[in-house]
Design a protein around this ligand. Structure first.
Ligand code: ARG
Length: 287
């Protein structure tokens, strides 16, 4: 007998296989919004730090439940955005490329994360160029998709290419609401059977030349709605089968199910007030 759930999965959907992830997170013990460096942030709107911690804890517990190896960096008082660990660096092959933040409010986070990488056995490369780590660098199979336009400088793309010896594809972001690449693209499946890899993206976040690249490289991509993107629905994290997404991204959830994934909704409404979601709170550590 077919269950309702099976009926939602299209028969051609590939079989997706989860791969255990190792990640770094930072508890939002000092989270608040006291400055505005992206359009989501409004210091006049009150934040609730204990609610932020409780929501973040649900994300942490979800990852533990999926069998992930979750590492923690100690939050620092006075660095309210440190919860967005994705911006703390970019880590492949045990090499940690440090972050150099655009805005001075976040600049002390760069050295703090580099200290953590060093203490935990990573080969740390201090950055010469402005870059905000995995917020703007996404590994998709053998290539690195790299965002620029609002935060990471395009010169950082060359630096990353030289450090990792992998091809880097520059993508230009044009909508200030989607100022980091991980707010406009979700990496879903990079297993060998997935060709160039499977991603989801929001077309209107990119300029025409970048869109042409995405269309050609990822003809099979999930195209998300403006509504889902508007709650940072794309800012999600996949292990190849389980995809942790914003609880309110209902159409994205349906699309993922149809494509053979297991979407898991988590409510991070409080952290959205700082302009971040699931992926922003998650930095992948690749040894
Ligand atoms: N308030 C933070 C900032 O504007 C949010 C960072 C979100 N992180 C991300 N990976 N998209 O820098």
């Amino acid at each position: 007998m077919t269950t309702n759930l099976d009926a939602l999965v299209s028969p051609e959907a590939p079989v997706r296989t989860p791969v255990k992830r190792t990640i770094l997170m930072c508890k939002p013990s000092y989270f608040t919004v006291v400055y505005r460096i992206n359009p989501w942030m409004d210091p006049a709107v009150p934040t609730d730090t204990s609610l932020a911690v409780a929501q973040w804890q649900t994300l942490y517990d979800t990852y533990i439940g999926l069998g992930f190896d979750v590492h923690l960096i100690d939050p620092i008082d006075g660095l309210p955005d440190m919860v967005y660990a994705a911006n703390g660096g970019f880590v492949i092959d045990n090499i940690a490329y440090g972050a150099a933040f655009t805005y001075e409010q976040r600049q002390p986070e760069g050295p703090a994360y580099m200290d953590w990488f060093r203490d935990n056995g990573f080969d740390v490369r201090a950055p010469k160029e402005i870059n905000e780590g995995e917020g703007d660098f996404l590994l998709v199979g053998d290539v690195i998709l790299a965002g620029t336009g609002f935060r990471s400088a395009s010169h950082s793309h060359e630096e990353v290419s030289a450090i990792y010896g992998r091809p880097v594809i520059t993508l230009n972001l044009v909508n200030p609401n989607f100022y980091h690449l991980d707010t406009a693209i979700a990496v879903l499946d990079t297993s060998p059977g997935s060709g160039n890899g499977h991603i989801a993206y929001l077309p209107s976040a990119f300029d025409e030349p970048s869109l042409a690249i995405l269309r050609e490289r990822y003809p099979d991509a999930v195209i998300v709605t403006e509504e889902d993107a508007a709650i940072l629905g794309l800012n999600s994290y996949s292990d190849g089968y389980n995809v942790v997404i914003a609880a309110r991204a209902k159409d994205f959830e349906r699309q993922l199910r149809e494509r053979g994934y297991n979407p898991i909704g988590v409510d991070l409404s409080e952290l959205l007030l700082g302009g971040g979601g699931v992926k922003c709170c998650t930095l992948e550590l690749r040894r």
